[in-house]
Write a protein of this length. Structure first.
Length: 168
C-alpha cells in the first residue's frame, strides 16, 4: 500500500517488484505529474512555509500542524497517539522529480480517496487518482469517508475495504 508520500516512491519501485505485486493500493497518496516534484503542486501561498520546514534534508512538521492535517477525524486518544508517533520525513519526497514510469507496469491498482482529508484534499486526490488510473493495468477509485489516516481513525472500515480489494 502506498499511503500519502509513498505515492511518490511506489511508482519508482513498482517496475522492479512487479513479479511480486498482485495489486497496488494508493491510499490518499500524493502522486504528482511525471517529471515534477511534490513542492511544485503545493499552493504558492504556503509553498515557502513548506520549504522552510525542510531542514538539513528532513521535512519537519510540528505537532500543531500535524494535528490540523492528520487528525481532523480522530478522537482525543487517537490524536494523542498519532502525535506521539511523529517523525520527520525525507525532504527529498517533496523536492525530487517524480518518476512515474512504474505505472506503465500491468499491475491492478486501486486509489482510495479519503473524503474528509485536510492533509491531501479531495481535489488533489482526484488529480493523483487520475494519474494512477492512466497507467497500465486495471485501475479504479473507491471512496472512504475518513480523514488522511484511516488506519488510525477507521481501522475496521479500512481493513474491510482492503479485504474486499484482495478478493477481487
Amino acid at each position: 500500500m502506498a499511503h500519502s508520500f509513498a505515492g511518490v516512491s511506489v511508482p519508482r519501485v513498482l517496475d522492479r517488484l512487479q513479479d511480486r505485486v498482485r495489486h497496488v493500493v494508493f491510499l490518499a497518496a500524493v502522486v504528482p505529474p511525471d517529471g515534477t516534484a511534490v513542492i511544485d503542486g503545493i499552493d504558492p501561498a504556503v509553498r515557502d512555509i513548506v520549504k522552510a520546514s525542510i531542514v538539513d534534508g528532513r521535512y519537519v512538521q510540528g505537532p500543531e500542524g500535524a494535528q490540523a492535517m492528520l487528525c481532523n477525524d480522530m478522537d482525543d486518544e487517537q490524536t494523542a497517539w498519532t502525535l506521539e508517533q511523529l517523525v520527520d520525513d525525507s525532504g527529498a519526497l517533496l523536492t525530487e522529480t517524480v518518476d512515474l514510469s512504474g505505472l506503465r507496469v500491468d499491475v491492478p491498482r486501486t486509489y482510495i480517496r479519503t473524503a474528509r482529508d485536510t492533509c491531501y484534499p479531495p481535489e488533489l486526490q482526484e488529480a493523483s487518482s487520475a494519474l494512477v488510473r492512466a497507467g497500465a493495468g486495471s485501475g479504479h477509485v473507491v471512496h472512504m469517508d475518513s480523514g488522511h489516516m484511516p488506519m488510525i481513525s477507521a481501522p475496521d472500515r479500512l481493513a474491510t475495504l482492503l479485504d474486499s480489494l484482495s478478493a477481487d
